[in-house]
Design a binder for this molecule. Sequence first.
Ligand code: SER
Length: 317
Amino acid sequence: MKKILITGALGQIGTDLTRYMRSIYGKDNVLPSSRKRKEGHPLMNEGNFETLDVLNYEVIDSVVKKHHITHIVHLAAILSGTGEKNPQVAWDINVNGLYNVLEVSRVHDLSVLIPSSIAVFGESTPKDLTPQDTIMRPSTIYGVSKVSGELLADYYHSKFGVDTRGVRFPGLISSDTMPGGGTTDYAVHIFYEAIKNKRYASFIDKGTFMDMMYMPDALKAIVQLMEADESKLKHRNAFNISAMSFDPEMLAAEIKKHIPEFELDYDVDQDLQKIANTWPNSLDDSEARAQWGWEPDYDLTSMTKDMLEKLINKLDK
Ligand code: SER
């Protein structure tokens, strides 16, 4: 029986992941946690919740013991845009937080799933169909911390036998919780503005292609990799996965099929654009497909349709 602790559960992935995992493993077997409670947040009233700062080893350790945790999904992290505004904090949370989680996992023999990111790549990485194993010299503190995290997780597996696993997420698009401080966030904001104001000024420039994924596929990937047969995994901590690659123009054209009056213009954020320019245009995710059967359900067309339906519904309420 799995008992799963989710760190950073109040972020973009965590709310959806908690609900999704509770539907699979049972409500009492999935424990969302965050640094602080957030009154009014739906997870505060849907079951167990723990306050847990990933920088505090003792607290993680006691929560793991108290709830007999067997698996951790470690989501607590600072994203690319926010990271550049405060690199020291980003390093501290992303690396020292992960270190604590890995240490607790070593001591208690837990399995850990750690999301990495397309941000591990940089200027010198091949941009199109970026291979699984390639040059990784990122230029953001977020990217540097995520490369470090991938290596540290590999190390904990080879040195101590900790069952570490992870994917490199692309930009995630979701209708439930807003992303915070990422370079790919425009692809979420555009939907809210398209519905509310019929126009959106993108902070990422036209012609900038990045990998993206709809949240249901991201949730599926986490559970699928967690459940994957270990003997089939040649890589462990850093699988390229993707579902689609587009630039703002392509996304806008898809939205216009549903909201014909929608207009896209640009108000480019130079700092975020600079980050986007160093990331791949598209990833090669064939290793994830071969090793654990990764296959996304949503492409640009089906994601846009579903996202608009869900958001219109939500904003109507
Ligand atoms: N969505 C993230 C970001 O933009 C990438 O992992 O920072």
